[in-house]
Design a protein around this ligand. Sequence first.
Ligand SMILES: [Zn+2]
Length: 152
Amino acid sequence: MNPKIDSKITDSEWEVMRVVWAQDKVTSKEIIEVLQQKKDWKPATTKTFIGRLVKKGMLHTETEGKRYIYSANLNESKFIKGILDETFDNICGKEVGNTIVSLISKATLSFKDIEKMEKALEMKKKDAVEEVPCTCVPGQCKCKDHNCSSGH
Ligand SMILES: [Zn+2]
């Protein structure tokens, strides 16, 4: 995989990536069609975003005759995982549990999903700690001023 991928993309670029991920290999015409319907974007707008994604290394380009064919250099699940990891890296360790609970509460889940979570939680019990430490830099979270362990 290309080590020079810049996966920091805008919401608009994300829209383009979703089309590419859904279809593996696409032409700009196909991307334009989907996003014209969904976002009412003009072809030039979509082409601008495609160009930026190529520059960032997110899209791979190959030519087929006169046509450009685009494919993703980073797959969707790796991309999502990267975003989630980055988000959780910015949350105080003490707040991670609450954040996950609120994600679960909002999500629509199947019995199968819940079964998987129950198994994951059962495993987690084995290395659970009495209290999750705050590893934040002073001034970047409230743990240092307030007593988080007393719950809030
Ligand atoms: Zn903290």
